[in-house]
Design a protein around this ligand. Structure first.
Ligand SMILES: [Cu+2]
Length: 185
């Protein structure tokens, strides 16, 4: 889309398009200077989790699965405060992107398609995983609660691609109002 900006009362039209300019693509695997991040691929983790993301037909409906399961049957990630958790995402869908989003935490991206990140450590709370891609990320369980971990394509989330990070030593005293028709996705 292009829009010409012209100020009220002015006849000057010197706003030219820059659409032919090639802007460099952001590549998170080679962005900035390499420095020591919070996590590394070679360190010890308390847990290593695989999340295979897929698009499947189940009972005649298109669903979006984590390790072949749809929420609430997906495996929860159970943590204790201080745990360091490594997660490997693989997008097995033929044509669906899965922007995976973790509530309440930031994670570091450690590798993309088996290649360790070469630039600055990249911290995110959402990472888009394209079909066929594999990423390894890591986070520290430093924020007790029950947190959603889900695809941020909310159509995919509502059709299954949701799990939880649950702190085993945390108990919420919050009771949702049953009269509020709240759909968490
Ligand atoms: Cu998705």
């Amino acid at each position: 889309m292009k829009a010409v900006i012209q100020y009220e009362g002015s006849d000057v039209k010197n706003d030219t398009s820059s659409s032919s300019e090639e802007l460099s693509k952001f590549d998170l695997a080679h962005y900035g200077k390499q420095t020591q991040g919070k996590f590394s691929l070679t360190q010890k983790f308390n847990q290593e989790v695989s999340m295979n993301l897929n698009t499947e037909m189940k009972d005649g409906e298109m669903v979006y699965t984590i390790n072949g399961k749809v929420f609430p049957d997906t495996e929860k990630i159970k943590v204790q405060k201080g745990d360091k958790v490594k997660v490997t995402f693989v997008n097995q869908s033929m044509s669906d992107d899965h922007p995976m989003h973790l509530h309440g935490h930031f994670f570091q991206v450690l590798s993309k398609n088996g290649q360790p990140l070469q630039g600055s450590p990249v911290m995110k709370d959402t990472l888009n995983i394209k079909p066929g891609e594999q990423y390894v990320i890591a986070f520290e369980a430093d924020n007790p609660g029950d947190w959603m971990f889900h695809c941020h394509d909310l159509h995919h989330a509502s059709a299954g691609m949701v799990t939880d990070v649950m702190y085993t030593d945390y108990h919420s005293n919050y009771t949702p109002d049953p009269n509020v028709n709240n759909k968490p996705e």
